[in-house]
Design a binder for this molecule. Structure first.
Ligand SMILES: C[S@@+](CC[C@H](N)C(=O)[O-])C[C@H]1O[C@@H](n2cnc3c(N)ncnc32)[C@H](O)[C@@H]1O
Length: 238
């Protein structure tokens, strides 16, 4: 890297640290978007996919949602773990979904539905056996820039609204799986309709800082619960 580029990068970083609120607002998030970084990779969380497979098996009747699927590594990974399942991938960023669609065409993928959406409000109730929401319900800058509060950039209410609708879309007995969230699913009202099904090892947790129901930073908080099973026969609270 040239000296000029290195200096410019350092100056940008210093500005972001001095005016974190401005820096975060200046990022161009799409309407309804949470995490705006699209980083993904194949088989990113093998321990979580293995857990889901051990619970769900690989029946041809499974329906699985990847909420925030980015450019598609997650849906193509899920196709390997669950070869018979119908998989739906949604992402708020049309550019990401276009990349997924190209890949689906070039691989002749069957049983795969891809859509641009910021919520699950158009999905039917009790339709999925598992919903993966990995690296989506967080903002990288809340951690990177050391925010003491998450609002107004991302609020507990937005988190609760989103996970409550994910819960609506899940069949009784289905699994809701999270990684890297800025809030704890266990703090939401809808969590009453779930049991913790899997806790991650500390080494498997992400670095996202955690905020409480009042959007206040919980310094040092780590939240290992990564998979939740919806009780059979109960409608989640709204
Ligand atoms: C860091 S990537 C995670 C990709 C993948 N889930 C993984 O873990 O590898 C976050 C993705 O979530 C998407 N996203 C953020 N907010 C969303 C929303 N409200 N609805 C759907 N997708 C969203 C972003 O566009 C981005 O592609």
């Amino acid at each position: 890297m040239s000296v000029a580029r290195h200096l410019a990068q350092g100056a940008r970083r210093a500005l972001r640290r001095t005016f974190p609120g401005l820096a975060l607002r200046a990022r161009r998030r799409l309407p309804g978007q949470f995490q705006d970084r699209s980083h993904t990779q194949p088989d990113r969380y093998p321990w979580l996919f293995e857990f889901a497979k051990s619970r769900l098996g690989d029946s041809d009747r499974l329906r699985i949602l990847s909420f925030g699927c980015s450019t598609g590594d997650e849906v193509f990974t899920l196709r390997r773990y669950f070869p018979g399942a119908a998989i739906v991938g949604i992402d708020v960023d049309p550019g990401n979904i276009a990349v997924c669609q190209d890949r689906a065409r070039s691989e002749g993928a069957q049983n795969l539905t891809l859509a641009v959406a910021a919520t699950t409000e158009h999905e039917r109730a009790e339709t999925f056996d598992a919903i993966f929401c990995l690296g989506v319900l967080c903002l990288g800058d809340l951690t990177a820039l050391g925010f003491e509060r998450s609002d107004p950039h991302f609020t507990f209410d937005e988190f609760e609204r989103t996970v409550t609708d994910l819960a609506r879309c899940l069949k009784p007995g289905g699994l809701l799986l999270f990684h890297s969230t800025n809030f704890r699913f266990g703090d939401t009202r809808v969590a009453e309709a779930f049991d913790v099904a899997f806790e991650a090892d500390p080494s498997q947790l992400g670095t996202a800082v955690i905020f409480d129901r009042g959007n206040r930073l919980m310094p040092g908080e780590r939240y290992p619960a990564a998979a939740f099973r919806k009780h059979a026969g109960e409608t989640p609270a709204t």
